[in-house]
Ligand binder design. Structure first.
Ligand SMILES: Cc1ncc(COP(=O)(O)O)c(C=O)c1O
Length: 396
């Protein structure tokens, strides 16, 4: 049947109806498998953006799609007013895996971080502690509170006055953190590796200082592991590699491997929420829980933390070779969250050229390329990445 849309591309149609969608490229993705994704024209792309660090098991992973389909056919939704076995099981699995005992299940990373902020503020409220210290260039989400927590200066005024109570200190600056700490602080929150900030790892020294200062001021340490967790950096909880134990940790992205599910976890003694304090229509959702359970099972079955470390080393070797020929600098990151800097601020242009070469890259900074391929990326995918990246760099 002929419709009025027939002469328009999906991108043109999307641009006319999606809010604020004008900056996307003219590319409509319709299918995917492993580290590869296909557009509506039938072109294949090697996805080293990994669905924005979400596609931990690759695109359209059978384990997750089967689990979602089976859950959907059994119980699609039951309201958060009742228990459901799938969400109970996911919470139990997460507790066993991480050592936290209390688990909130939401949909997005921002929602999980909001939960962390609320919990810390509620715990601090009795003693007048409500400030949250976060870091410059840190990223925590796009709700009003998590935007205020995020360390982007222009976000503090983008939608009118930012939510009060957030103090930003330079990342990895233990002295600045010490100055910012007093008894009005209820939490310190940071990413073990700043992702949107350009893949900048927290130093062990900073992490230990944060832990000590939180203890001294009775504040909670929050690890935003929305991007870094569940194998992305080579372990379940990246912050533990820094020699610390956060009071609260959040996961999202890879937890559903493409289905929106997130979690905020803490210990029993810190769960100060009372009934009604925290919730939402789609919290503890059976579908998200089914996806999460399938992902955790696959992480264990395929030993994806080890695979992330191994593939990350292979990726680093490939990058080192290319770096010598194209003056790439500051190769950094761990597991499969990696970055490098170009000699000139041409990262956005490289992303475009690489796309023409069938390789998807991300440029979080003007001269920085970030890589976050699926944890199931194969050795031949990594070799192909090297070939395509080098071709793109040659055209820059
Ligand atoms: C570290 C970190 N925290 C929070 C978020 C927000 O997650 P979401 O977009 O699922 O709300 C992101 C998203 O990129 C992130 O990288």
């Amino acid at each position: 049947m002929q419709t009025r849309h027939d002469n328009f591309t999906w991108a043109q149609r999307g641009r006319s109806v999606w809010m604020g969608g004008a900056t996307r490229p003219d590319l409509c993705m319709v299918a995917g498998s492993g580290a590869w994704i296909q557009d509506a024209e039938g072109r294949n792309y090697l996805d080293f953006v990994g669905g924005w660090a979400v596609a931990a098991l690759g695109h359209a992973p059978l384990a997750v799609s089967n689990a979602i389909a089976a859950q959907a056919a059994t119980l699609l939704h039951c309201s958060p007013g009742f228990w459901n076995p799938t969400a109970v099981e996911l919470a139990e699995h997460l507790a066993n895996l991480t050592g936290y005992h209390k688990v909130f299940l939401g949909c997005t990373g921002a929602e999980a971080n909001e939960c962390a902020i609320k919990l810390a503020r509620k715990r601090g409220s009795g003693k007048g502690a409500w400030k949250v210290v976060t870091t410059v260039d840190g990223f925590h989400g796009r709700t009003l509170a998590t935007m205020a927590a995020t360390g982007k200066p222009h976000w503090q005024t983008l939608f009118g006055p930012a939510m009060p109570g957030f103090v930003h200190i330079p990342f990895n600056d233990a002295a600045a953190l010490e100055l910012a700490m007093d008894d009005s602080v209820c939490a310190v929150m940071f990413e073990p590796v700043q992702g949107e900030g350009g893949v900048v790892p927290a130093t062990a020294e900073f992490a230990r200082a944060a832990r000590g200062l939180c203890d001294r001021h009775d504040a909670l340490l929050v690890a935003d592991e929305v991007q870094t967790g569940l194998g992305r950096c080579g372990s379940i909880l990246a912050h533990r590699e820094l020699g610390i134990h956060a009071d609260i940790a959040t996961f999202a992205k890879g937890l559903g491997a493409g289905f929106p599910v997130s979690t905020c976890m803490t210990s029993t003694d810190l769960d100060v929420f009372e009934p009604g304090d925290q919730g939402g229509t789609h919290t503890y959702h059976p579908l998200g829980a089914a996806a999460g359970l399938a992902v955790l099972a696959e992480i264990e079955r395929l030993d994806l933390c080890a695979r992330s470390r191994e593939a990350g080393s292979a990726l680093e070797c490939t990058l080192r070779e290319i770096a010598t020929r194209h003056a790439l600098a500051n190769l950094r990151g761990s597991g499969l969250l990696r970055a490098f800097d170009l000699p000139t601020p041409d990262a956005a242009r490289l992303v475009e050229i690489a796309r023409e070469e069938g390789l998807l890259l991300n440029a979080p900074r003007p001269a920085t390329i970030r890589l976050m391929p699926p944890l199931v990326v194969t050795d031949s995918d990594i070799m192909e990445f090297g070939v395509r990246l080098e071709r793109a760099l040659g055209r820059l």
